[in-house]
Ligand binder design. Structure first.
Ligand code: SF4
Length: 268
């Protein structure tokens, strides 16, 4: 929801009540996303910001070949003049995401591809417009574990080659550690802690982050016995009606009177 709100993708009856969103496509250039017209924000999303979601089946149309769908995306955003030209380029795009036999796959329909190939096609489609920011929302959750690693490595390679910035959303903490330079830990829709990835993992400041990190499974049973797991009590409150003050106070093992006031997000 937060990533959608940042790029104004919230559909009615949802709405953005308040807040700001700025996008910096290059040094010294700032775009106030909330001040853009509908047409401008649509162009921003198509050209500079791309999205990869959890389920590639939802992103691909089962009635068209992946080559056609990549070509259509490129044509809509003015990168090619015709679908024919786009399909030719789609072979290159699929090769860039290491699709095996991209010449043949360009003619494949989504149901003819494996889950990993479908996600590669979606990533190819999204990067075909050369965006600056890729919002990846649980991009590997729907995939087999072996394919997950391939897709994560692909995303890392593309980031290096194309100087892409990622907003990577995941509940898998090991994946988060592998992919991130900075981490924002969210609880009930608000950032509880933000910092460089290694610092957040090595020296968590927020009790919620500590509890999350203590839940990471440790394969070595001897080591696992030495680590203290923090079990949070109670159910998470409804985000529609969050607790007053600190949102975490109803489950925080350190809560005290002052937690009835909302704590600011402060630099450590
Ligand atoms: S409940 Fe209080 S101690 Fe716990 S995280 Fe919130 S502000 Fe900090």
């Amino acid at each position: 929801m937060t990533s959608k709100a940042l790029t104004r993708l919230i559909q009615p009856p949802g709405r953005i009540e308040s807040g700001e969103s700025y996008f910096y496509p290059e040094p010294g250039k700032r775009i106030d996303v909330m001040a853009l017209s509908e047409e401008e924000v649509r162009r921003l999303r198509g050209n500079l910001i791309a999205y990869v979601y959890q389920d590639p089946n939802a992103a691909l149309d089962p009635l068209y070949t992946v080559g056609y769908q990549i070509a259509e995306t490129m044509k809509v955003h003015g990168k090619v003049k015709s679908i024919k030209e786009g399909v030719k380029k789609a072979v290159e795009v699929l090769a860039q995401v290491f699709m095996p036999d991209s010449e043949a796959r360009v003619k494949a329909y989504p149901h003819e591809l494996s889950g990993g190939m479908k996600q590669r096609s979606v990533i190819g489609m999204e990067i075909s417009n050369k965006p600056k920011l890729l919002i990846a929302d649980e991009p590997t959750t729907a995939l087999d574990v072996s394919v997950q690693a391939q897709i994560l490595n692909l995303l890392k390679d593309l980031q290096r080659e194309r100087a892409l910035t990622y907003l990577f959303i995941s509940h898998d903490l090991e994946v988060v550690r592998y992919m991130s330079d900075y981490i924002a830990v969210m609880y009930l829709g608000k950032i509880a802690e933000f910092g460089p990835a290694e610092e957040v993992f090595e020296k968590p400041m927020h009790p919620y982050t500590e509890a999350l990190l203590s839940s990471i499974p440790i394969p070595d049973p001897k080591l696992a016995k030495k680590v203290k797991r923090i079990i949070l009590k109670g159910e998470p409150p409804s985000p529609l009606n969050p607790p007053s003050g600190c949102r975490f106070r109803t489950r925080c093992p350190l809560a005290f009177d002052k937690c009835l006031e909302e704590p600011p997000l402060e630099e450590a």
